[in-house]
Design a protein around this ligand. Structure first.
Ligand SMILES: Nc1ncnc2c1ncn2[C@@H]1O[C@H](COP(=O)(O)OP(=O)(O)O)[C@@H](O)[C@H]1O
Ligand SMILES: Nc1ccn([C@H]2C[C@H](O)[C@@H](COP(=O)(O)OP(=O)(O)O)O2)c(=O)n1
Length: 233
């Protein structure tokens, strides 16, 4: 394991859709005073911009060009965090189910992964960060000091998404939502470049029957233990 970096350790949180990555990353970052990097939001921003530009999901040349001209940044807004694509606040627009599925397809393309990999490494290099995504512990920061692989059953993840959608007034059924979660798992696990998979040295957490508080406590303890080891780790 590498020594603790300038601003603290790097924490990697990977796992499938609906496992609780975003919620836990946000809470853990608050507890530790760390920066939260939602890499899914970065891929979502690319997907949104590609849709607006009418780029086909397999047009690697145009996707590469799009990524070259795209700057994705995060700005804090009270307790929440806004996502800016070339300065435009796209936080709400990137969160639809349609963009979620498109993102899953776009994020399988090599030029998109390469462009965002460079951005993510630059954002996290000094430590004091938590990155959440699919390939943080395996590809982006294989030397991250603390790695979690957060999962839950597809039924439970679908149920959580369904509740979120219903609260937003969306009419999707529970069955449809579970089916979409399973479809996204297949796409994310089956792709050639940086597929979703658990790093060998990640701590697996199955949140199916754990509360958010319980998961947070496991994660916080693991990070604090690593910090207490300091440079000896
Ligand atoms: N352990 C948990 N128990 C119950 N609900 C949870 C748990 N973890 C997350 N949730 C809820 O599930 C939904 C999806 O969580 P989210 O953090 O967006 O997952 P991900 O980022 O992995 O897709 C949210 O509504 C969140 O509040
Ligand atoms: N590091 C990452 C993060 C997300 N992705 C892809 C795979 C996912 O299907 C989409 C959307 O990810 P996001 O984390 O925003 O999705 P959920 O909130 O888990 O539903 O992006 C990726 O390939 N690599």
């Amino acid at each position: 394991m590498s020594a603790v970096r300038e601003n603290g350790v790097i924490v990697a949180i990977d796992g499938p859709s609906g496992a609780g990555k975003s919620s836990l990353t946000k809470l853990l970052a608050q507890r530790l005073g760390y920066i939260h990097i939602d890499t899914g939001a970065m891929f979502r921003a690319v997907a949104l911009m590609s849709k607006r530009a009418g780029i086909a999901t397999d047009d690697d040349a145009r996707l590469a060009e799009l990524c070259r001209g795209l700057d994705v940044t995060f700005v804090r807004d009270g307790a929440s965090c806004r996502v800016l694509a070339n300065g435009e606040d796209v936080s709400t627009e990137i969160r639809t189910e349609e963009i979620g599925l498109l993102t899953s397809a776009i994020s399988a393309r090599k030029p998109v992964r390469e462009a965002l990999l460079t951005m993510q490494r630059a954002m996290g290099a000094k430590g004091g960060v938590i990155l959440e995504g699919r390939d943080i512990g395996t590809v982006v920061f294989p030397d991250a000091e603390v790695k979690f692989f957060l999962s839950a059953s597809a039924e439970e993840r679908g149920r959580r998404r369904y509740l979120e959608l219903a609260a937003r007034g969306d009419s999707a059924t529970l069955e449809e939502t579970i089916a979409k979660v399973i479809q996204r798992d297949k796409q994310d696990e089956g792709r050639e470049h940086a597929p979703l998979k658990q790093a060998d040295d990640a701590l697996p957490i199955d949140s199916t029957s754990l509360s958010i508080e319980e998961v947070l406590s496991v994660m916080e303890n693991a990070v604090r233990e690593r910090l207490a080891q300091g440079d000896k780790g």
